[in-house]
Design a protein around this ligand. Structure first.
Ligand SMILES: [Zn+2]
Ligand SMILES: [Zn+2]
Ligand SMILES: [Zn+2]
Length: 273
């Protein structure tokens, strides 16, 4: 039985500070449009595997994870894939322990060595729980190291890490595709926190149904794509549809979305594709 009921949901589409920004009273931070509220960046991939079991895979664990899980009513977490080590993509990991309780099993996490080392350092109470003074309730995780272009197959869906550059920091995006019959799982590339795409990754971005790409703001930034750069790269990649994410409070949703080329949109929290 192939994978069915596939969906890809934006749990958060904001930059590291989130929107509204603490103490800010700009037009976007005080906007009444719900699409101008952005939690920190992460997504979840949901599907039913060949055996009829529902599966949930998270990409990154933002500091807003608890709120995001409650909002989406997620009842399980089968695996977590990490793009990189930054605080806005990792600090929600602690809350994963509730899924250990409900599922009664450890959870696999997948990241590059650099990110695994960071997680180990920050969450010492989780990864070296034997050193805790009291016998504390912490997450039960199984670390798995990944490398660009070596796919991870999870319950019938293939996740291929793609090398991206986040300023000078090499990080990964993920290409998501099914191993079942064509059409059941769209071919998606999730590329957040990127300022340039290295030559070896371009061939992995052909024939995409959906591209998700970083688009921080209008002004230039050393470690993220801005509006003009994101549109230019999305045009070159030429996916059937592109969604932009990781936006600051400089980006007003409806006004900006209306100006984008026909195949491109701004993502928003809770958007499911
Ligand atoms: Zn603001
Ligand atoms: Zn980052
Ligand atoms: Zn980020």
């Amino acid at each position: 039985m192939p994978v069915s009921d596939f969906s890809f949901t934006f749990l958060g589409t904001g930059t590291s500070a989130g929107v509204p920004v603490i103490t800010c009273d700009c037009d976007v931070c005080t906007s009444e449009d719900p699409k101008d509220t952005r939690l920190r960046c992460s997504v979840c991939v949901r599907f039913t595997d060949g055996g009829g079991q529902e599966r949930v895979v998270l990409i990154d664990t933002s500091p807003d994870l608890r709120q995001q899980v409650l909002k989406e009513k997620l009842t399980r977490c089968d695996a977590i894939l990490y793009t990189h080590n930054h605080v806005d993509h990792t600090f929600g990991l602690d809350d994963i322990r509730m899924f250990n309780v409900s599922m009664q099993q450890p959870i696999d996490i997948y990241a590059e060595r650099h990110t695994l080392d960071h997680l180990h350092r920050v969450f010492q109470h989780v990864f070296e729980s034997h050193k805790n003074v009291n016998n504390s309730f912490v997450a039960n995780l199984i670390p798995n190291e990944i490398a660009p272009e070596n796919p991870v197959e999870l319950h019938g869906v293939k996740f291929t890490p793609l090398r991206l550059l986040h300023g000078r920091l090499p990080i990964v995006g993920f290409k998501i595709e099914g191993s079942g019959p064509k059409g059941r799982v769209p071919k998606i590339a999730y590329c957040t926190d990127v300022s340039s795409i290295p030559p070896q990754t371009w061939s992995q971005l052909e024939d995409l149904d959906i591209l998700v790409l970083d688009m921080l703001r209008f002004r230039h930034h050393p470690t993220h794509l801005n509006y003009d750069q994101a549109i230019e790269i999305a045009t070159q990649i030429g996916a059937k549809k592109t969604y932009f994410t990781h936006m600051t409070h400089c980006v007003a949703h409806s006004e900006t979305d209306a100006k984008l080329p026909k195949t491109m949109h701004l993502a928003s929290d809770g958007l499911r594709i």
